[in-house]
Design a protein around this ligand. Structure first.
Ligand code: AHR
Length: 502
């Protein structure tokens, strides 16, 4: 049997894990808001119209931050349309997705929903069709206690206390020619600087995210980050990264290697951030907000058939299969392996739109990708250890030197529970691999839980009528005798192995 080894040292802590690594994203797009989190009249809806079947699944996913309201949508959005009496809210065309926005759900509803789902907002301002003035009004509405026009308007709209939104995205994908109000790096960098400055004058406690590249292969990648940060370094705390993965050629082995692309992308962005830091002799570090990532390609053809200008049509409704779940697990492992610099990450998106949760009028269910996300989000808390993985490799265009490892793994120490958690994916489609790890520094630790996600069919999916086709099972075959952990990771599988001090 092929063998792999995990090498850790109790002293070699990479970083505390920022819980916001397990964030998600709600955009006014398709059925994410309407028929997703909000559906007045639905049998599970509360007095606000919030679907309680969906809210329960969101709570179980344990997402500490949710980005809102876009996405491409934000670049043409007038947030004022979505506050105040619902009967007075206008219908507007949304240029990003060529749909009609009813504005029946807006900022105040979103804030109420975040409280119900134990999460926090990551709010984006429109730097596409609008600018500093709009951003100023918005933060005045959300964060000032009262005594000014917009803060009093919030009170009039039923929210006496300020929303106190701490985390702000300065626009969305401003490097993308598809974006309403697309800008050059110089234009955007200056605008981000001035907008960040104005927003911080109103509330110095906020943290801001500048737009980075929309994906690794954007023609402006690198130059974009360098120029943008050269302008707005002092006014921002994070730079964003976005990346979606696809298996259009039905080459599953190469598809699973995409976490290596994510890894190289992160390292490249860190290099650019640190180059700007060095040039400025700056003390401050810019960290990463990987605020859009997921698999996205299944819905491409069906979306072409959707007529424009309807309200919340079923756009981007990818039905995820088992191999997508493996890549989502590997992506989360990659984010954890960079927890020293990646402080925020958002699985895009949360409900119906390229999402872990799907709904119909008669129910809500978990897609395959829900499971690795929920396991890692709930148990990947504490601090990450530098985790060296010696693994057999395969040829891949995404890996360094044309090679990717079959085993992707990371080890997390869960401080408050005296537990050590290993997350591992075996990407081999043919071979089981025996994984071992020297644990003599963890005397008395024994395997207390082993959860396995596996399916023989890489293309297996969960549906409303068969929601548990791909679901976690109890894993087996691990031993931790004599200070050495040994476990057989079956082909195409994800594992969560927890050890506790007995
Ligand atoms: O998440 C879907 C879209 O992908 C977002 O609106 C946009 O930011 C990205 O291109």
């Amino acid at each position: 049997m092929k063998k792999a080894e995990l090498i850790i040292d109790r002293q070699f802590v990479l970083s505390e894990i920022d819980k916001r690594l397990y964030g998600s994203f709600v955009e006014h797009l398709g059925r994410c808001v309407y028929e997703g989190i909000y559906q007045p009249g639905h049998r599970t809806a509360d007095e606000h119209g919030f679907r309680q079947d969906v809210a329960a699944l969101v709570r179980d996913l344990n997402v500490p931050v949710v980005r809102y309201p876009g996405g491409n949508f934000v670049s043409g959005y007038h947030w004022e349309d979505g506050v105040g009496p619902k009967e007075k809210r206008p219908l507007r065309p949304d240029l990003a997705w060529r749909t009609i926005e009813s504005n029946q759900f807006g900022l105040d509803e979103f804030m109420d929903w975040t409280k119900q789902t134990d999460t926090a907002p990551m709010m984006a301002v429109n730097l596409g069709s609008r600018g500093i003035e709009d951003a100023k009004h918005l933060i005045e509405y959300t964060n000032l206690p009262g005594g000014t026009y917009y803060s009093d308007l919030r009170k009039k709209n039923g929210h006496a206390a300020p929303h106190n939104i701490r985390l702000w995205c300065l626009g969305n994908e401003m490097d993308g020619p598809w974006q309403e109000g697309h800008k050059t790096a110089d234009e955007y960098g200056r605008l981000a600087e001035e907008t960040g400055k104005a927003m911080r004058l109103l509330d110095p406690s906020i943290k801001t995210v500048a737009c980075g590249s929309s994906h690794f292969y954007m023609p402006t990648f690198g130059e974009w980050e360098y120029t943008v940060l050269s302008h707005c370094y002092d006014q921002v705390d994070y730079i964003s990264m976005h990346q979606y993965f696809a298996n259009r050629d039905n080459d599953s082995q190469t598809f699973l290697a995409n976490s290596d692309l994510m890894d190289q992308f992160i390292e490249a962005v860190i290099s650019v951030c640190d180059a700007v830091k060095a040039k400025r002799h700056a003390g401050k570090k810019i960290n990463i907000s990987f605020d859009e990532w997921n698999v996205w390609y299944h819905s491409g053809e069906q979306d072409k058939a959707i007529e424009p200008w309807s309200q919340h049509p079923p756009l981007l409704e990818d039905v995820y299969n088992f191999e997508d779940a493996l890549l989502v697990a590997s992506s989360l492992i990659t984010l954890l392996r960079h927890a020293d610099r990646v402080k925020i990450a958002c699985l895009a998106q949360l409900v119906n739109v390229i999402a872990p949760i799907m709904t119909s009028d008669t129910g809500a269910w978990k897609q395959t990708i829900y499971h690795p996300f929920a396991l890692i989000s709930n148990h990947g808390r504490g601090h990450v250890l530098h985790t060296l993985v010696n693994s057999p490799v395969f040829e891949s265009c995404h890996g360094r030197d044309g090679k990717s490892a079959y085993i992707d793994a990371v080890v997390v120490e869960n401080d408050d529970e005296d537990a050590l958690t290993i997350f591992a994916v075996n990407k081999s489609l043919t071979d089981d691999i025996e994984l071992s790890c020297d644990l003599r520094q963890y005397e008395g630790y024994q395997v207390s839980r082993h959860v396995l996600l596996h399916h023989e069919d890489l293309k297996a999916v969960n549906t409303q009528t068969a929601p548990d086709t791909v679901a976690p099972q109890e894993g087996s075959g691990s031993s931790s005798d004599g200070g050495r952990l040994s476990v057989v990771l079956g082909k195409q599988s994800f594992h969560m192995i927890q050890l506790r001090k007995m």
